[in-house]
Ligand binder design. Sequence first.
Ligand code: GLU
Length: 304
Amino acid sequence: MDYTAILKEIRREIAPFEKAGAQATYIPELAKVNPDQFGICLQTLEGERYLLESADVGFSIQSISKVFSLAMCFSIVGDELWKRVGKEPSGTAFNSLIQLEAEKGIPRNPFINAGNLVVADILMSRLADPEGEFIAFVRALAGSDGVDYNPVVAHSERQKSYLNAAIINMLKYYGNIENDIEDVLHFYFMMCSVEMSCCELAQAFIPFANHRAPFDFGGVRLTSSQVKRINAVMQTCGFYDEAGEFSFLVGLPGKSGVGGGIAAIHPLRYSVAVWSPRLNDKGNSIMGMKALELLTTKTEESIF
Ligand code: GLU
């Protein structure tokens, strides 16, 4: 497959969308990012890399971190996790409160904010040094010690986090948060603040694409079947209330974040990470989604 030519062709074809949408501004630090940036990195299981433009520029991974925290939590508590968090698509916004109240504090899945706050709470209860151990795991996955939190972004989000604060208060009310809510919010925002480049993300997602190889990174071990289940949750819940649309247009498991990043995998073939800060009204990168739609169209390969 000539991925170099395909990526170049894709870049040309998405040019008309360069000014469509806007970056997230509800996190004040993200509003300062130059929205006119684009990067993509595709990495095959054999280790070949194909990249374009700002593929090496670090950005705020935001909710893409939810894949890493889910992996860590699943490795520690196994199927016990599903007693406190579901695994169904929510069909509602990632920060919606209504469903959480109707379902009495059991979030639909680990990729909406409520679900990931519960994941963060479990990690806090089970780990001696949650922040240290989480970043060590992500560095091991990415094969890069340069990956780090951005405390300025985390602090900036906390200043304006009225909705996440409401969500965690409701979770606490229903008995689904064990730790102090301020501590859990802090850890959650720190995980969201992690900065990585498309190349680092592509590397970090290879172990999810390669579920037949042993998953053992930074002390986090998963069985092949657990990795496939995480991929299944990415497929059904990875794109907010646009997971159906992403399946329809792209056909790969993946996860997006409001920093404008998307990481996706083609099981047993490749991982791909794309970044462009301008989002659609669901919170997904417009250029990123378009690029991945064209990738699976031009290669004529998706999981379907
Ligand atoms: N930190 C963001 C929030 O909690 C993450 C949202 C996202 O990327 O989906 O609102």
